[in-house]
Design a protein around this ligand. Structure first.
Ligand code: 5GP
Length: 118
């Protein structure tokens, strides 16, 4: 399926829609979720046009993949959730309830998150 250039995260990347940036590097951006589900809820997205975890894993360069991983670690440290722990979620496609068709990793922390699924 073709990447939707009008999706909300594409608009955040282009500066069309504002966001609360936590950190960024050359290939990835981290910003706070508009509807936080935990005391710390940050989204990390590649700057490249990848629709899902599947696309990112298959098509992104190793440099882009490394940059996203590095940014996740950096965000965990600067938000001070790295020691007590946190959760990464990448909702994917229909069954995963992915709402925004630009690959993103949720970083959730700042308190006990319970078990992985309700
Ligand atoms: P998904 O269900 O696709 O994994 O999660 C999409 C996430 O994007 C949701 O947690 C939602 O709150 C967040 N979101 C949707 N629109 C915006 C927006 O305009 N700004 C920010 N910062 N987050 C958004």
């Amino acid at each position: 399926m073709a990447y939707d250039n009008g999706n909300i995260f594409a608009k955040i990347l282009s500066g069309e829609i504002p966001c609360d940036i936590v950190a960024e590097n050359e290939h990835a951006l981290a910003f706070r979720d508009i509807n936080p589900q935990a005391p710390v809820h940050v989204l990390v997205i590649p700057k490249g046009k990848y629709e899902s975890a599947t696309d990112f894993g298959a098509e992104a360069t190793e440099t882009e993949q490394a940059a996203l991983c590095r940014l996740i670690s950096h965000v965990a440290e600067v938000t001070d959730i790295h020691k007590d722990g946190y959760r990464l979620i990448a909702n994917t496609n229909r069954n995963g309830h992915q709402e925004v068709p630009h690959y993103h990793v949720h970083i959730l922390g700042g308190g006990d998150l319970g078990r992985i699924l309700p």
